[in-house]
Design a protein around this ligand. Structure first.
Ligand code: ADP
Ligand code: MG
Length: 602
């Protein structure tokens, strides 16, 4: 029997066929019971099960999703009724939701007209979300003069319009909307953007609107990585401006789930693991990692080590009282123009397993944190995720951070320490996750870095925000004949295609990425007592010094103690060690001292 023949199947026959499938595949009996026990309204069906049991039906779902989903939902309703008639009566409308396997996933970029009306599955990041709204599927109007009733089934071309005159008694404007007898469902629109790693370099990420209804509403948040399947449709919700019959599209979502936001979405094969382990055994693995960070940039080894610490990160901690201490390392580079800051940042954005690159100004209204924006076309309010939310569980690379707008200046404080972004505006109230490391760069406020002024004066960022960076480096462009010559030679060699020292020990970019992803996923170092002693000793010493000197450019607080611990953990992770030793602590302290010297304390 071909699909053509299947087309002849009546709705009843389709329902029976789905019902048979659900009865025959054992696990769905339990799943159905779980739906009842958990008071849910949806049964999730694995597309693969359907494919194995009834391939034609599976194919038919892809081709004619609306019909199959509707019939399947009806079948689910019947089976639930059999098990628990009372609950079935209470809910009335159940849903069959189909989870497609990763094999069936499409890239947002490749969706075309040929996919319209078909069942598709995509993966992406939720960029925007409207608050929950109510969609009227069927409206009941009643004449307030004679009681005559009219039902209007909505179609998306028209807004809900009752008849001007009562068809029975002829009274004008007498038809009143009857809420309790209309069919209304929860409705929410989201915008899903393709994952940064799927966007070809140099191109803007594509996105697609998706509509969530009923129990799917509010199951995801901006910044979430999601997998969804649904029907690709022409976007009839878009207000028509009466010109060409050209429409955008949207996905009417049937199934959605948030994906685990592990750093290691990167696939690591057993061979990779072997290679990673081998690399970690090398005594000079740290040097190699540092040398592999932007090898085309000469010098700046401390900065590169700081960046390495940022890429590996410390260990986040959850205290018994529920407070969370971040493991993410934040680094700020302040420097004269032309000192390769932007170049370094671009490089990190390329090697970090998950990175979002932006400038302080940002390319969207949401900027660095989040915003409630109003869609210019539809007038709808949206909650939109900014760079730090999109970089959740990854690295947010922010160039020219001093140019960020006032709203972000405030929100960044929370985002960098608590690693959440809270927003309350236009009736939207939300807290989004922003567990990202921030690598930021800033040009000096006066065009050049003035050594006789403090960092805060030089950067034009509030001290409170500066204190949230674990490390700050000042990169100054001072003429120095020897150094200038070496840089010049380095750059000239690069341009002539010669390989310099730095490149020889370099770790391949793809391997380094996997190495970092592996460390972030599996290695959670613990400090040895010696390592702790070193850090505590150093901290108390620094603290004593900083309280003596009034007006120190950086206040030494418990925050810096946490920073030292994070850096020590990162140093251990760099060699894939689950124990952070005194040696790791020494390196962290050395790095920290370089930061203090660089900002003018020693
Ligand atoms: P910034 O963002 O600090 O103003 P850029 O990153 O745009 O500077 O760098 C300007 C140019 O100078 C880049 O092409 C960069 O590669 C080069 N450059 C600056 N310093 C170095 C260095 N130490 N080694 C190699 N190239 C450098
Ligand atoms: Mg720059």
């Amino acid at each position: 029997m071909s699909n053509e023949e299947l087309l002849q199947l009546s709705r009843d026959e389709l329902i029976n066929r789905v019902e048979k499938f659900l009865r025959q595949v054992e696990k769905y009996d339990e799943e159905l019971s779980l739906v009842i026990v958990n008071r849910r309204r949806s049964l999730v069906v694995d597309f693969n099960d359907l494919l194995l049991y009834d391939k034609q039906l599976a194919d038919y779902l892809i081709e004619k999703p609306d019909l199959v989903i509707e019939s399947a939902s009806e079948a689910v309703g019947r089976l639930i009724e059999e098990k628990d008639p009372e609950y079935a009566r209470l809910v009335q409308r159940f849903h069959a939701r189909f989870r497609l396997s990763p094999m069936e996933r499409m890239s947002i970029r490749r969706l075309r007209s040929e996919h319209l009306g078909r069942f598709v599955s995509i993966e992406g990041i939720v960029l925007r979300q409207t608050p929950p709204m109510h969609y009227v599927k069927m409206a009941k109007f009643r004449c307030n003069q004679c009681g005559y009733e009219v039902t209007v089934t909505t179609d998306t071309y028209n807004s809900l319009q009752p008849p001007k005159k009562c068809p029975q008694c002829g009274a004008v404007n007498s038809m009143v909307f009857v809420t309790e007898e209309s069919v209304i469902t929860d409705w929410q629109k989201i915008l899903v953007q393709e994952k940064p790693e799927e966007t070809p370099s140099g191109q803007l990420p594509r996105s697609i609107e998706a509509v969530l209804t009923d129990d799917l509403v509010d199951t995801v948040k901006p910044g979430d990585r999601v997998m969804l399947s649904g029907v690709l449709e022409i976007n009839l919700f878009e207000p028509r401006r009466g010109k060409l019959p050209v429409f955008s599209r949207l996905i009417n979502v049937n199934y959605i789930e948030s994906l685990q936001k592990e750093f290691a979405e990167i696939e690591i094969t057993p061979q990779d693991e072997q290679e990673i382990r081998k690399l970690a055994m090398l005594p000079d693995v740290k040097e190699r990692i540092i040398a592999s960070i932007a090898p085309s940039i000469y010098g700046l080894d401390d900065v590169k080590e700081a960046i390495a610490c940022l890429l590996f990160g410390g260990v986040p901690k959850e205290l018994p009282d529920g407070t969370r201490i971040r493991g993410d390392v934040h680094v700020l580079l302040v420097g004269d123009p032309g000192t390769a800051k932007s170049q370094l940042l671009k490089y990190v954005a390329r090697i970090a397993p998950r990175a979002v690159y932006t400038t302080g100004k940002g390319s969207t209204a949401a900027g660095l944190t989040a915003a409630v924006v109003r869609d210019g076309l539809t007038g709808e309010f949206y909650l939109e995720a900014g760079a730090l939310v999109l970089a959740d569980m990854g690295v947010a690379v922010v160039d020219e951070i001093d140019k960020m707008d006032a709203k972000d200046r405030v929100a960044m404080h929370e985002a960098m320490e608590q690693q959440t972004v809270s927003i309350a505006k236009a009736g939207i109230l939300a807290t989004l996750n922003a567990r990202a490391s921030v690598l930021a760069a800033s040009n000096p406020a006066f065009g050049r870095y003035l050594p006789n002024r403090t960092v805060a004066e030089n950067v034009d960022l509030p001290v409170t925000l500066l204190s949230r960076f674990d490390l700050i480096f000042i990169i100054r462009d001072e003429p120095n004949i020897d150094r200038d010559r070496t840089v010049a030679e380095h750059v000239a060699k690069l341009h002539s295609g010669e390989l310099t020292q730095g490149f020889r020990n370099m770790i391949r970019v793809d391997l380094l990425r996997k190495y970092i992803a592996y460390a972030r996923k599996y290695i959670k170092p613990v400090l040895t007592p010696e390592a702790k002693d070193r850090i505590v000793g150093f901290y108390t010493q620094m603290r004593a010094k900083s309280t003596q000197e009034a007006g120190s450019p950086v206040a030494i607080t418990a925050r810096q103690l946490e920073a030292l611990i994070r850096l020590t953990e990162a140093e251990a992770k760099m060699r894939l060690s689950s124990i952070a030793t005194a040696e790791d602590a020494e390196r962290a302290i050395r790095l920290f001292m370089r930061f203090l010297q660089s900002v003018g304390i020693d």
